[in-house]
Write a protein that binds this ligand. Sequence first.
Ligand code: NAD
Ligand code: UGA
Length: 460
Amino acid sequence: MPQFARRILCIGAGHVGGPTMSVIAARCPQYEVTVVDVNPERVRAWQSDDLPIYEPGLLEVVREARGRNLFFGTDVAAAIDRADVIFVSVNTPTKTFGEGAGKAPDLQYWEKTARTIVDASRANKIVVEKSTLPVRTAHAMERILNSNRKGIHFEVLSNPEFLAEGTAVRDLEAPDRVLVGSHETPEGAAARDVVVEIYANWVPRDRIITSNVWSAELSKLAANAFLAQRISSINSISALCEKTTADVAEVSRAIGMDERIGPRFLHSSVGFGGSCFKKDILNLVYICENYGLEEVARYWESVIRINEYQKRRFVQTMTHAMFDTVADKRIALFGFAFKKDTADTRESPAIAVARKLIEERAVVVVTDPKALANARADLADVPADRIVFEEDPYVAARGAHAIAILTEWDAYRTLDYRAIFDSMERPTFVFDGRNLLDAKALHAIGFNVFPIGKAALKHF
Ligand code: NAD
Ligand code: UGA
């Protein structure tokens, strides 16, 4: 058995825990890194080459470290006992029941983890919040952990994760910044130095920033809220573009070249999805309401309202363009993942679009290179005569009246749209929810093209 300089544990082997710990293990062979989860299937998948999540470049990173200093398991208690530093990366979804349902985060997994840590520990430990949590959660965590009767001290830090799905490995290997929040006490500072030292193995020192615990917790919510707000801002402008024949891509470019604004996250779309933006903004709204900050709560809530509006508007445009009825029309949805390069469909705008079209009695054909299994689960309740899942986009489009581009997969840029057009019903429509395709070229083939935030190109 090699002697490791430190034993690091992560509880929760999901989209964050798995990739984060794999990169730490790959970059720091001197540490033993263990990732545990209550879901044995997930753990088995991490132990195989058929990883439970799809991320470009992840398998290579896992293979480099797995079995050397990276281990996946289900024995949570034993792993806790062994570890010096415990990252907690369990899910914190929006509550679906009781007080705060639909807004507050559901902290049950978090709380249970804290209790498991107390029960299984026999020595002092550093506990690091990696999950996204309401500001001041560390306080509750500390109460649970430090109420133990064994005389053990747990130092709680906040180290929120800023990776985005689809680019997780790149984001972890070269982060814009790493944030470590700690208490301003000698124990807090010592624990902070341990976590900073882990990242300093590959992240430049000036990109590792420290703060107090509450600032770190709140920075994570604020960062997601600001990113989502940019998308809702440009999406609100896209609606105005469609009315005025301004072009949202031209507007994005013009405003994004202002260095004070910057070009990223100004890409107008059918709406943002993903497991975090909506959940984290709802979380922020709930906290503000609890502190009596009604105006602040309403401000952030409007980011979600515009996002819902954008998804609704997209389907309204489709229905209206197709002569105010889509009943019994076959409509091919190109892409179901919430963004390219992931199989994740959590809160994907495609779910809302599919459901609204089905409500209008359309027959929906879903195609996606990675996310079909998740799409099937998301739409499991839809009657079988209203939904088809098809891997091949050419087959999906055959006999359809319309294609809706819902995920910006690179592969969709280079399909043979003339062959696709020839196989479809007339008149033939493309609704490009990602402004992915060359609208003029499609129009020249014969499609009626409806991009987001740009004038439609029609043949009637
Ligand atoms: P996930 O659902 O993919 O993974 C969470 C894992 O935790 C699951 O595998 C679950 O089985 C496990 N788990 C739950 N309770 C457990 C327990 N008591 N003991 C052991 N394992 C347990 O979630 P995720 O996407 O990885 O997100 C985790 C946290 O990170 C969330 O708070 C999220 O907001 C935050 N976050 C996510 C992303 C992202 O891109 N997905 C990015 C940054 C931050
Ligand atoms: C987002 C943040 O970017 C991460 O920093 C954060 O760590 C993460 O949430 C989290 O906390 O979970 P993620 O949701 O994985 O990451 O992906 P993004 O690239 O942010 O995209 C989110 C959604 O916004 C996608 O549906 C995407 O298509 C959409 N989007 C993004 C747009 O519609 N327009 C844009 O210009 C950018």
